[in-house]
Write a protein that binds this ligand. Sequence first.
Ligand SMILES: [Zn+2]
Length: 508
Amino acid sequence: MRKMIIWLVALFCVAPVAAQNVTEAVNSITPDDLRRRIAVIADDSMRGRYTPSPELDQTAAWIGEQFRSFGLKPGGSEGTFVQRYPLKRTQLDLEASRVTVEGGPTWHLGTDTRWWQGMTGGAGVGSSVALVWGALGGTEEVATLPVDGKVVIVVVPTGTRSTGSTASAMLAAVPSAAAAIVVTGEANELWTRQLSRESRMRVSPAWRRNAVAMPVVEVKDGSIAPVLAAHGVSLAETRGEAAGALQSRELAGLSVNVKVVNALEEIVSTPNTVGILEGSDPTLKDEYIVFSAHMDHVGTSDNGSCRLVEGDGICNGADDDASGTIGVVELAEAYAMMNPRPRRSMIFLTVSGEERGLWGSQYFATNPTVPANRIVANLNADMIGRNWTDTVVVIGKEHSDLGATLNEVNARHPELNMTAIDDIWPDQGFYFRSDHYNFARRGIPILFFFTGVHDDYHRPSDELELIDVEKESRIVKLIFHVGLEVANRDERPQWNPESYAEIVRPMP
Ligand SMILES: [Zn+2]
């Protein structure tokens, strides 16, 4: 009864004022707003928002300008709305890089051989050779191979797509080898295409403290068979045993030098956009909820990984993830209208580099612009504009009490005609495939809003016209109500202990 009385008092005395405030704010999230703003960043002129690119910088600047117009505080570096992070741009030196067999052939990168990882000095690394073949599954077994200081020629089973990862796992287990040459089968059309791309500009995160990687290159059977034959080894026989037990032998009298150097190495940078709405509670305002989405996409078929299957070769990524990005912009606008503001502070974060490997969210999660332990939740949206009209998949519900909060809030808002359902594709591993994962790993409870993939995924046809902005507006309103509830509760969200033990990892 006591609870009931409090509830009635709250309803009649406090709720009407607050409700009006909330209603006005949430109603600012409209289909027209979504369409108008998605049109800006999913325009052809943004060239698919590739990381890094001038057009992505332009997208970030435009979002920062939106945040400024809502009255948000800059949450980036040096009093701006932008947090830039460093990337390394490199280009292999195809002239200087090569594999030299003493008394035998020389293989050049881009012509006969392909680079996987690791650099050498100008002199290369040269030594005697160990031949390794058989199933590379167990790294513990691989670690026992007597290959210290040797160039390892690894014959892997053909017809599998996992040669790269199995070999990498192996190499992690034998860091004492000098270099590795992985032999992957017959040359084919794919191989020709891969070789033709060896001279391309490569971009990688420059803030990670990577372990020095052992140099690894790939060659095809046709190149190496004569060299092995000259040392009494039949590649055909070895290949026949490539799926069997792991074996190694030294190839007496054979010496190989591997040299991989870059022609160009430079540091560039790319942006995340960060806006902050300060909370109204004197204590809770020191805690933050992060609303996130990725503003980058896969670029064009010339610059990027846009699949040229039709159309203009520009992947506008209207759903992936202009939909989520503009959702975050709409949320920022709505919460900023509130008076009083939500109790906890809110961070509106649009990251880059998601499509390249969750770079921007990893950078923010490891270099947050507010104290890391004060971030209490992350609500992420990636692709929320397509498929069904009345459900949204919310991934991660089972891992923290954010799931129960979501269910309660969802039940209180039948007018949205939007049901938050559990992950219906657990086998696809979406939990690990968007930016929220970088927050989860760091111990921050998350929810990930997602309406599923479709035939236009990573294609030029992922266009604004196909976005159901009316449906999306109801999803964003649901996120608004959930975010508000999390912001105003006395207690911060809590992990389920088993999930915490399973998911949270020390950050590199
Ligand atoms: Zn995406």
